[in-house]
Design a protein around this ligand. Structure first.
Ligand code: NAD
Length: 444
């Protein structure tokens, strides 16, 4: 005799990072009353003042709008959100554990342990964080043992948003995956996501383990596709073939598809690398490590591209980095983001810095984050400042601003016209015509 889903459930979002802030703002945009909770006081101060603490196109405007409408506020009090909300979304981080492949679940455990003792009426707790299969069952047991109300239910609802497209992906997802135990939990989630479901978003209804696995399977597939084309790039380099033509040609096959077939410096960020590693670790625990052993190769191919870019640069500098001025264009792990977690660009910048180069890094959005993680690198205020007097320019994150650079204009600023296009986004003919020595991954 469970209560029916409230017509307009009140929502809390626990963990207001990239995922949680976006989710909280978008839920408020859908018309819900929302509270976001975090343990990071500085982040809460920024959010309360209407500032999104990271770069995400469209999100600041939406935050201002929903805050102005009084539909979103922020707190650090678990007691407050427990009293307020009917549905709690857990969006805390699950980074890679230091020195191991496995995911660090301490933040998920802390969030559930902090919330549970305050739950004195039937509510739904929804895990959104990316977690190893089996975590939901453990969190369900935690709720059962620590929540005063014995009817609290759990659901798992993995998130697929892409940084840079987070608002669009949250409001118009490709699909909703609802991992639930009961019809009641399903009803609550269908009520929350009603605007998306009514506009045709497919719903995949499933159990906890499948919901958890869907997310890591999706990321494993995407990582594999990138590493596949990068493996082909290695073969192209050995044969004189051109991987960009190869990708175009195989991409015309609808069974393969062109997307995620961009050969280059490979993937990074706060999701793909740690998710495939956590998957390997979990598969080992489950005794099915052979099933995902290919992911070791996916990871290794990906990391080899970083070393290859360093080699390409060194060839252009006649074998030595010592005291050479190198402009690194890009610090974020991908364009339209300020996220530098496991950034290939910064990894390469640090590697050539260690080899004795004078590296100057520029990125349109990620410099503050980069400075914190790599205080020993030098940073420039603009792309033009970065390339001035450079012996080598390395394009390592494909921001629009870099794709649109004029080889003639940049050519007047540098000392030597050497460029490594680490993302295969420039037109080699155009750059060579302007007198540049152009090198890229997987092509001559
Ligand atoms: P993040 O590091 O940006 O945010 C995590 C937030 O949780 C931080 O603000 C942190 O202060 C807060 N936090 C930590 N412990 C807490 C606690 N006990 N109580 C309340 N808040 C706490 O991480 P993120 O990128 O938003 O990722 C969160 C989860 O979402 C991860 O599992 C990630 O794999 C998954 N995910 C992320 C994305 C993405 O694009 N960033 C996409 C899909 C899924």
């Amino acid at each position: 005799n469970s209560p029916a889903a409230p017509a307009k459930p009140r929502i809390s979002v626990i963990g207001t990072g990239y995922l949680g802030t976006t989710h909280a703002v978008c839920m408020a945009e859908l018309g819900y009353d929302v509270i976001g909770l975090d343990v990071d006081a500085a982040k809460l101060d920024l959010l309360r003042a209407g500032t999104v603490p990271f770069f995400e196109p469209g999100l600041p405007e939406l935050l201002t709008k929903v805050q102005g409408g009084g539909r979103l506020r922020f707190t650090d009090s678990y007691a407050e959100i427990a009293q307020f909300a009917d549905v709690h979304f857990v969006c805390v981080g699950t980074p890679q554990r230091k020195g191991e492949l496995a995911a660090d679940l301490q933040y998920v455990e802390a969030a559930f342990s902090s919330l549970a003792p305050h739950l004195d009426r039937k509510v739904l707790v929804v895990g959104k964080s990316t977690v190893p299969a089996g975590t939901a069952v453990r969190m369900e047991q935690l709720l059962a043992s620590q929540a005063p109300c014995k009817d609290v239910e759990l659901a798992w609802n993995p998130e697929f948003l892409r940084e840079g497209f987070a608002v669009q992906d949250t409001l118009h997802p490709d699909r909703l995956v609802l991992g639930v135990r009961t019809e009641w939990a399903e009803q609550q989630l269908r009520a929350v996501f009603a605007p998306m479901i009514e506009s045709g978003t497919p719903v995949v209804l499933t159990d906890f383990a499948t919901a958890e696995l869907v997310k890591v399977a999706a990321n494993s597939f995407l990582a594999t596709k990138i590493s596949f084309i990068n493996a082909m790039a290695e073969v192209c380099e050995a044969t004189g073939a051109d991987v960009t033509k190869l990708a175009e040609a195989i991409g015309h096959d609808a069974r393969i598809g062109r997307r995620f077939l961009n050969a280059g410096l490979g993937f990074g960020g706060g999701c793909l690398p740690k998710d495939i590693r956590a998957f390997i670790a979990r598969a080992q625990e489950l005794g099915v490590d052979q099933a995902v052993s290919f992911l070791h190769q996916v990871d290794a191919i990906n990391l080899r591209r970083r070393a290859r870019v360093v080699d390409l640069g060194q060839e252009l500098l006649d074998g030595s980095w010592t005291d050479r001025r190198v402009a690194v264009l890009g610090a974020a792990f991908k364009p339209d983001s300020d996220d530098i977690r496991d950034s290939p660009a910064l990894d390469v910048a640090a590697a050539i810095g260690r080899r004795g180069a004078n590296v100057l890094v520029y990125d349109p959005q990620a410099l503050d984050n980069a400075r914190q993680l790599y205080p020993d690198l030098q940073y420039a205020a603009s792309a033009e400042d970065a390339v001035r007097d450079a012996d080598l320019v390395m394009l390592l994150t494909e921001w629009r601003e870099f794709r649109d650079m004029s080889p003639e204009r940049i050519g007047t600023l540098v000392r030597r016209r050497n460029i490594v296009d680490g993302r295969n986004v420039l037109d080699p003919a155009q750059w060579r015509a302007a007198g540049w020595v152009y090198r890229a991954l997987g092509r001559q």
